[in-house]
Structures are given as C-alpha cells and as structure tokens.
Design a protein around this ligand. Structure first.
Ligand SMILES: NC(=O)C1=CN([C@@H]2O[C@H](COP(=O)(O)OP(=O)(O)OC[C@H]3O[C@@H](n4cnc5c(N)ncnc54)[C@H](OP(=O)(O)O)[C@@H]3O)[C@@H](O)[C@H]2O)C=CC1
Ligand SMILES: Nc1c(N[C@@H]2O[C@H](COP(=O)(O)O)[C@@H](O)[C@H]2O)[nH]c(=O)[nH]c1=O
Length: 372
C-alpha cells in the first residue's frame, strides 16, 4: 500500500480516534484477554465515547463504548467506530460485539488488526453482511505491539514466556549455602514486583520452593500485596509442602507435576494463562531455554561477585559456538538497558531464527589466523 492509499483510506479524525483507542486500551489489565480500546466518532469526526476492556468476563471495549453512549442518551446511528482489534463474533462470557455494533446503528467500522482467536474471529465478515462498511489496518503495527504477548500466545497455543534472572556479575543466582535474598537492588525488586502485577502466572521449580519458601505475590515497597496477583505455579514431581508460603490463603496456586516445559505451558494455557514469568531456579531456567520456549529475557544484573554458588544456567546442550543461541536487545517496555539503583536491567528477545546467517561447523571452521 502506498502512503497516498493510507491517507485516502483513513481520515485524520479516524487516525486521531485510533490513537485515543490505543491509549484507552492501556487502561485495562493484562491477562487472558487482549487490551482493546474503542472510540465512536460522529460524521464531523468528533469523538463521542471511548470504551476499553477491563479484563476477562467484563464487557468488551465496543460494548463499553455503546453502553456509555446509551447511559448518556447519545444516538450512535450513522457513526463510525474505531477499534484496536477486530470486533468479536462469538458469545463467550459476554455477547458478540458485532451484534452490539449492528444494534447501535453504527454504519462504519475501522479496526487495526484481525482477531486471530478462532472462536472470536469473523467479526468483519458479519458486519459487512449486515451492510456496515468495514476497513482495517490503521495503526496495525502499534496494535500488534500493544498485545505482543497475547498475539504470540494465541498463535502458539501456549503462554508467552518471560524468563527472569536476578544474578551477580559472575552469573550466580544464589551463594554456595543457598542464600540469594537479595542479590538485586531494592529498585530491581520493585521493578520485578511491577512485572508480577502485569503477568498472569509466575512459575518456579520445586527446589526453589523448598530452599526459599517464596510467597511469589506482587507487593509494594511496604510489603503489602498490591494490584492484580499472578497465579503461583510450581513445576516438578515433588508435592508442594503443606505449610509452604506459596500456598497463601487465596487458593491461587497450581502444582504442575511435570519436568517437561512444553507440558507445563499447555497446562497453564488450559487454565487461561496467556503470559507466564519463569522465575527460577537454575534447572527450571535452563530447561525452558534449552527447549526454545522463551520469548523475553529480563536479567537483573547486580555489580556483585560471588565466585561460587548456583549458576544462573546449568547447561543448554550447547557444545560449540556455532550452536550458540543469539538474542537481540528489546527496546520496548522500559528499554534494552535500564539502571535500577546499583543494578542494570537487561531486556532481550530471541533473535529470529530465519535472520541467522549459516554458521560454519566447528570441524569445517578455518583455524583462527589472528584479527577478529
Ligand atoms: N536469583 C534468582 O533469580 C533466583 C534464585 N533462585 C535460587 O535457585 C536455587 C534453586 O535452583 P535449582 O536447584 O536449580 O532448583 P529449581 O528451582 O530449578 O528446581 C529444580 C527442581 O524442579 C524439578 N524440575 C521440574 N522440571 C525440571 C527440569 N526440566 N529439569 C530439572 N528439574 C526439574 C525437579 O524436582 P522434582 O523432583 O520435584 O521434579 C528439580 O529438582 C535456590 O538457591 C534459589 O534461591 C531461585 C529462583 C530465582
Ligand atoms: N533472590 C532474588 C530473587 N529471587 C526470587 O524471588 C523469590 C522470592 O519471592 P518472594 O518470597 O515473593 O519475595 C525467590 O524464591 C526467587 O524466585 N528475585 C529477584 O528479583 N532478585 C533476587 O535477588
């Protein structure tokens, strides 16, 4: 599509409404459902109502906007609705948005990206059959980035995986005697608790439960639980001790009796989890990385040396440099490198496999002749 097509396909008012819809979407909580925003504009391009989705089980952004209009006595017939995601066409915990849009008399729909979720997809076709003009692709890049984790999870039928490593300069996550609290600065810990609020589940190995007896809640600087709490998942064959702190008193804990990362992710997906943070320890981190099941890496790097202790990773099955896994710096969500008190936070995503140049195998490699 040429830039001229883009200008004629969407008006300035529609573009401004899409910006407002993307901003509104951000007010919703991340979770099993995508963040979605919707703005209704009249024939003059004035923004009448703005809706957004407040999480699974609550009205979708389109329904939110339409009910706000009804409450304010606004007639939306003949208006344009601008939405960050294709309207859903199914009855889940809430009714189909296509029917709400048709019922409100809206004549024009602009959305950013198609809904890839099988049960909900097909909304555009239903709207067109009802005589509504439908266009898509406006701010598609921004809308995909808004729900990057969710789009990947739905496509892969597994949760998006963020791997967390809180380590020393020499890549230790615990000292020789098992102590590890705290390697990270208070600022890193606060950042980590912010992340805990945004994900759906947090996962550790049975050994970490036995050694650390962690709570795995999202807490504020005073230690009080705050915001949305993640599901606490423990992976491994051993039972979670009856008196383990991770059990809490809200029942929001799940034992995953497996050592297979793919199976653990399938079990979590079936529970509605779309974004999991794998916290550790060493063997769990290594198994997810070795299986190629990590979508995002967050490393809290403390300017500390231990010289011995538990290494962050205990082997990925790589024996030659040609097989090394490559990562690229991720500048989204706070940036690739962030200073957090005395620590650095490193943010990376896997380098796309297709972008890798073929590497010579060790046996075929020319002996080094000096230089780089
Ligand atoms: N600084 C940091 O960021 C963190 C540090 N830690 C530290 O890490 C240490 C614990 O690490 P580690 O000893 O490696 O234990 P893990 O927490 O990684 O748990 C390992 C156990 O999980 C089970 N398990 C499940 N899947 C696998 C798999 N694919 N491969 C191997 N085991 C699996 C096994 O138990 P089973 O027999 O039950 O199946 C195994 O013994 C602690 O000292 C803790 O303080 C922990 C988290 C974060
Ligand atoms: N030591 C260490 C971390 N350790 C992780 O935090 C868990 C304890 O969580 P909680 O009981 O909720 O406070 C612990 O079991 C391990 O998973 N995390 C970090 O960001 N930085 C650190 O230095």
């Amino acid at each position: 599509m040429t830039p001229v097509d883009t200008v004629t396909a969407f008006s300035n008012a529609e573009t401004a409404a899409m910006d407002a819809a993307l901003n509104a979407a951000l007010k919703g909580p991340r979770g099993a459902n995508p963040l979605v925003g919707a703005v209704v504009i009249d024939a003059e391009g004035h923004q009448l109502v703005t809706g957004y989705h407040r999480g699974a089980g609550t009205p979708h952004a389109e329904a939110d906007a339409i009910s706000q209009a009804a409450a304010a006595g606004l007639d939306l017939s003949g208006c344009t609705m601008v939405i960050t995601l294709e309207p859903c066409d199914h009855r889940g915990r809430t009714g189909p948005c296509t029917q709400a849009i048709i019922g409100a008399g809206i004549e024009d729909v602009v959305y950013a990206v198609d809904d890839p979720h099988d049960p909900a997809a097909g909304g555009a076709a239903t709207l067109r059959e009802a005589g509504i003009r439908v266009r898509s692709g406006l701010a598609a890049v921004e809308a995909l980035e808004l729900n990057r984790q969710w789009f990947l999870a739905v496509a892969a039928h597994r949760p998006f995986v963020t791997l967390h490593i809180a380590q020393t300069l020499d890549s230790r996550i615990a000292a020789e005697d098992g102590t590890s609290q705290w390697i990270s600065s208070p600022e890193s810990l606060a950042d980590n608790h912010g992340l805990r609020r945004r994900i759906d589940a947090i996962l550790v190995g049975t050994q970490t439960v036995l050694v650390d007896n962690p709570r795995l809640t999202a807490r504020d600087a005073l230690g009080a639980t705050s915001g949305k709490q993640p599901l606490r998942a423990v992976m491994g064959l051993r039972e979670i001790p009856a008196d383990a702190a991770i059990r809490g008193d809200d029942g929001h804990v799940l034992h995953l009796p497996t050592r297979d990362p793919q199976e653990a992710l399938s079990l979590l997906y079936a529970e509605g989890i779309r974004h999991v943070m794998v916290e550790g320890g060493s063997r769990i981190l290594s198994s997810f990385l070795a299986s190629g099941l990590v979508d995002e890496l967050i490393v809290y790097l403390a300017p500390t040396l231990l010289g011995s202790g538990t290494p962050a990773l205990n082997g990925l099955g790589i024996t030659t440099l040609a097989d090394a896994r490559h990562w690229e710096w991720d500048t989204s969500d706070g940036g690739a490198v962030l200073t957090l008190g005395r620590d650095l936070r490193l943010h990376l995503r896997p380098e796309p496999i297709e972008a890798l140049e073929p590497q010579p195998s060790r046996t075929a490699a020319e002996p080094a002749m000096g230089g780089y």
